[in-house]
Every structure is written in C-alpha cells, then in structure tokens.
Write a protein that binds this ligand. Structure first.
Ligand code: SF4
Ligand code: SF4
Ligand code: SF4
Length: 472
C-alpha cells in the first residue's frame, strides 16, 4: 500500500513583521522624546542652538535603545530637570520684581520640570531597563568611552571653542560636535569590544581618522585656514616628531600629545591613533589576510616569506639617523626649508616604498623598520604597564603568529609567554586565538577582564577626540 503523505500544504513563505513585545514600555520613548524636545525648544529660544541640536540628536539616538544610553539619558534628564527648576526660579524672581503675574508661568515650568524628573525616574527603574535593553554586554565600557570624551572635550568646548570645527563653521554648535564625538566613541567602543568585528572595524576607523586628517591637511594647504587648528601648518610625518623637537630645541605640541597618549595607552598609539600607521597596516593586511577570517585562523604556512633583518637594530639606526641629521641641521644653522625638505623626504618617499614591501611581506614594514617614532612608542610604552601575555589555555598552535603584522610573535615568543618589543597592542592575536590563549593585562593582572574593557574605552575615547579635534 502506498505510503500516504501526512504533511499539510504549507503556506507561501512571507516576511512577517517582528511583533513588538507586549511588555515594551511605550511611555518611556514618548516621555523621553517629549522631555528632550521641550528642552530643545527652551534652548533654541534662549539662543543656545548647540544645546538645542544636542537634544534633538539625542532624542533620535535613543531610538537605537542601546543599554549604554540608559545611564546617560538618566543623568542628562536629571540635569535638564534641574535647569527647568532654575529657570522657573529665575522667571519667578524677575516677574515678582517687575510686578507681573507669575503663578501660571511657575506652574507650567514646574510641570515641565516634574515631567522631566519623572521620565528620569522611569528610565532609572524597570521600564527604562526594558526599553534600553539592546547590546547590554559592553554597555559599561561604552558608557566610559562616552564619559571620557565629554571629560576631554567639554573644557575645550567651554574654554577654547575655536578649536572645534563646528564652532568655526557655525558659532554656538560646539556642544553638538562634542556630543557627536562622544557618541562616536561609544559606537567604536562597541565595535572594538566585539571579537568578530574588532579587526576590520579597528582598521576601518583608524583609516577614517587618517583620511579625515589628511583631508583637512590638504584643505589647509590649499588655503582654507578654517581647517588649520593652530593656523600654522606643520609637517604631518610622525617619524620626524622626535627629530623635529631636536631641531627646534623644544618639544612642541605633537611630542607632548604623543607622550600623553603613550602614558595612557602605551604603544597602542601605533595601532589605533597614528595617521600614518593605518596605511601601512592596511597594506600589510591586504597581503596577509585578504580580509578572510578563514585564512586568519590558519597556522602560518611553511616557507612563508618573512623579513630577515632584526627590526630593533634597524629602527635604532633610523632613530639615530633622524635625530643625528636634525642635530647636524640645527648646529650648522641650516634653514627651516632644508629641514622640512628632509622631513618630507623621509615621510613621503619612504612611505610608498614601505607600503610596497608591507604588501609584499604581509608585515607593517614602515612601522617596524623605518619609523623612529614607533621605536620610541614601543620603548616608552612599557611605562604604561599594558601588556599582551599568553594564558595557560594556549596550545601553541601558532595561529596568532599569522595575524601579527608587527613581527612581535614567533614560536619562541609564544613559549616565553609574551610578544616581543615591537608589540603595539593591536589585540589581533587575542581576537584571532580560538583558545583564549592570549589576553591583555595591566600591571600583570586581568582585573577580572576589566583591564581590557578599560583599554578599549580609552582607545575609543582617544580615537574620537583625535578624530573630532586633531587638525593640523
Ligand atoms: S611606527 Fe611610526 S608611522 Fe607607524 S604607527 Fe607608529 S608612529 Fe605611526
Ligand atoms: S595564543 Fe592561541 S593562537 Fe596563539 S599559539 Fe596559543 S593557542 Fe595558538
Ligand atoms: S603581539 Fe598581538 S597585540 Fe602585539 S602587535 Fe602582534 S598581534 Fe598585535
């Protein structure tokens, strides 16, 4: 007897709209947006267009519902409520002084302040937690990145607003640039915390910064002074930062910025922040991995080409050459134009050659062999106490050697438990290891994983500050 099919006719496949969970608190977004837009109107009326724009942008941003936005929204609403109460008090005093009726105005302003305060409390309690329920895993470090950027950029916005491009384009919009920088930092922090995304996204945001930097430099060279932060152009070649200081006889802004970054993040300047290094890393990456996750997880092939020169000696030679030349130029009283010519030669002629070799060997040749500042970063960066080290889970499979573009890893190094001096804390080996065989530590400890979180927050915040502030 033929077997009878029991299957029922299936309905045609159709895309069903994602049902909204019945417990989604609708009141939270409505009250939040209403509070923010009311405050935007108040700021606009008072002539603070930057703050008004910030409120509008934040009311749109919270629709992402990311968990890190909850504490930010909570504290922002508390501040706004305080501002409403202060405004209410101020208007009441003025009206009482001038003998005008004030009760109705005070009631309206108190109602708005109470609405804002109530919304803040709602966000601080369960409904807020449900609404801001997305991407909870790295919310703390994203919050920290956001706060760090505010901490760095708010004093600039208040005290020296002309350093912000937005202020120079449209006076009064500095707060908006500050908020966008903080939002970008939190976003980047989320990307860099995601093991699957961090390699590509780090290179992407690093290249973005480099493109913006050189774009502004080009515009400033073409005579658009608006894009020159200091009004004085300098040679944007990191390799001559130390030599330039020797020639001038004073450290200069770039060297101080470099030193501050190194103290905070160690040699991560060379894997997250330098406007030259991103192109070298991109060239090395194109050869080594071809953007293929499959290739990245493989162990190195036998006979794979590698540079034979020992990078440290070569870099020491380059550092000596650059500083020696700068000293000779200074002592001989050579004109500034000659010194600048040498700097341009080092940067603009060596870089294309190095990019060729980086692409060929799959290693960042300019950074690991030629750039004197890279060696200074790796040596001085030891002061910052950030280290990559092997864990007991390492199986010595060697897969991480392939992803290191800075010649910091080989089997001897893996056995010894730590990468070599040229490690720039890019964390590619940590993220590529399938066994959690590498980790980032501070002062030799993981601090229950918080060390890496702090590192990522700091790196994201500094990147955002550089992107939104760094102009030639
Ligand atoms: S080695 Fe030099 S060029 Fe490379 S990232 Fe570091 S400072 Fe920049
Ligand atoms: S750290 Fe990971 S990838 Fe590297 S050798 Fe050990 S187990 Fe392999
Ligand atoms: S050892 Fe790891 S963290 Fe250090 S440069 Fe190499 S891949 Fe990056």
């Amino acid at each position: 007897m033929p077997e009878q099919s029991t299957s029922q006719p299936q309905p045609a496949l159709s895309v069903q709209p994602t049902p909204v969970p019945s417990n989604t608190p609708v009141a939270v977004p409505l009250l939040l947006v209403a509070s923010l837009l009311l405050f935007a109107a108040h700021c606009y009326r008072a002539g603070h267009i930057g703050l008004a724009a910030c409120s509008v942008v934040w009311s749109a941003a919270v629709q992402l519902r990311s968990a890190w936005m909850r504490p930010v929204s909570f504290f922002a609403l508390l501040g706004i409520a305080a501002e409403w109460f202060a405004t209410c008090n101020e208007f009441m005093q003025i009206r009482m002084f001038t003998g005008e009726p004030w009760l109705r105005l005070v009631l309206i302003l108190c109602a708005v302040a109470a609405l804002t305060l109530g919304t803040a409390l709602l966000i601080g309690l369960g409904p807020g937690k449900t609404w801001f329920g997305k991407r909870e895993k790295h919310a703390n470090r994203q919050c920290m990145a956001f706060a760090l950027v505010l901490l760095c950029m708010l004093p600039v916005c208040l005290k020296i607003p002309h350093m912000l491009l937005a202020e120079r384009l449209v006076p009064g919009t500095g707060p908006l640039q500050t908020l966008l920088a903080a939002l970008w930092a939190a976003l980047v922090c989320g990307w860099l915390s995601n093991r699957a995304l961090t390699h590509k996204r780090r290179l992407l945001v690093w290249r973005l910064f480099s493109a913006v930097f050189f774009g502004q430099f080009a515009l400033a060279c073409l005579g658009f002074d608006l894009f020159a932060m200091t009004g004085t152009l300098h040679i944007p070649v990191p390799g001559v930062v130390v030599a330039g200081a020797v020639y001038r006889g004073e450290p200069g802004f770039m060297l101080l910025l470099f030193a501050a970054t190194i103290l905070l993040l160690g040699p991560a300047w060379c894997s997250h922040l330098c406007y030259f290094g991103s192109w070298d890393a991109a060239a090395a990456d194109a050869r080594a991995f071809g953007h293929s996750a499959r290739k990245r997880s493989q162990a190195p092939r036998k006979g794979q080409k590698s540079l034979l020169l020992h990078p440290v000696y070569f870099r020491l030679g380059m550092l000596g050459l650059a500083t020696g030349c700068a000293l000779a130029l200074k002592l001989s009283g050579a004109p500034l134009s000659l010194a600048m010519g040498c700097a341009i030669l080092l940067g603009l002629l060596l870089l294309p050659c190095a990019l060729f070799w980086s692409r060929r060997y799959g290693q960042a040749c300019y950074c690991t062999l030629l750039c004197p500042l890279g060696l200074v970063a790796c040596l001085a960066g030891r002061l910052a106490l950030w280290r990559v080290r092997r864990t007991q889970d390492c199986t010595q499979c060697g897969a991480c050697i392939r992803v290191c573009r800075y010649k910091a890893l080989d089997m001897d190094r893996i056995r010894s438990g730590a990468p070599g001096l040229s490690c720039v804390l890019c964390r590619d080996c940590i993220n590529a290891c399938p066994h959690q065989g590498m980790e980032l530590v501070w002062a030799k400890r993981r601090w229950h994983g918080h060390a890496e979180g702090l590192f990522v927050s700091l790196a994201s915040a500094l990147h955002a500050c550089f992107l939104f502030l760094a102009m030639v």
